[in-house]
Design a protein around this ligand. Sequence first.
Ligand SMILES: Nc1ncnc2c1ncn2[C@@H]1O[C@H](COP(=O)(O)OP(=O)(O)OP(=O)(O)O)[C@@H](O)[C@H]1O
Ligand SMILES: [Mg+2]
Length: 229
Amino acid sequence: MTDDMKKSDTLVAEMVHEVKNPLTTVKGLLQLLKPYLVMIEKERYADIAISEINRANELLNAYLNSNTSISPKRKLVCVNTVLEEMKLLFEREANVNRIQFHAELDPNFPKVNVCRNEFKQVLVNLVKNAVEALVEVKDNRMRVITLKTKMQGQRIHVIVEDNGSGMDQSTITQLFTPFYTEKSFGTGLGLPICKKIIEKHDGIISVKSQKSMGTTIQIALPSSPIDVD
Ligand SMILES: Nc1ncnc2c1ncn2[C@@H]1O[C@H](COP(=O)(O)OP(=O)(O)OP(=O)(O)O)[C@@H](O)[C@H]1O
Ligand SMILES: [Mg+2]
């Protein structure tokens, strides 16, 4: 490793370390606010915000400890609950941008053996892309994100659908290439990260899209329990 690489690694590690401090402060403030949210029956917002802060902290810790390669823990996760959480997580952004969430969740959808944080990370990236694709649409169509779960043979399917800007074929072929982005503010890492996580869970992520019409991203996972590592 060159001196320059060591220096930039140290800088990133220092930054990661320092980002944790404001997160701790925000988490403490949310815990203080929670009793007031209980009074108006909105404590779920605090719970989800706190769990998001925990998730960010775990990601940062995993980065700091990446030399010791901690493998994330898998457990049986209720996907429908995670999708319901997505609606709350993006509620404000959806309201501001006049986006509606629809859910078509199979009530008999089995629990899935995944790392909950990683699975959430995938859904956050997909819903964020859907919101951004809908914000780009300038006509006055009703902007909708549909979250679906369904069983199909030996596979379970989790689907995030939007009727936003859509993509042409050349974008679709480059989607999973790291740093490929068409956004001035994007890093182009969202979908490559999703693919890596889904494939680690023995799943497949696929895309259907039509320019100006919308996009469907489908995750297929094996329905039988996966060995916990
Ligand atoms: N739902 C979608 N609708 C339309 N285009 C999409 C959608 N999802 C992804 N894309 C296209 O794929 C590109 C890559 O997406 P990806 O999530 O990997 O990166 P990004 O969104 O540009 O940046 P980041 O996720 O790192 O903030 C996007 O720039 C966009 O052009
Ligand atoms: Mg993205």
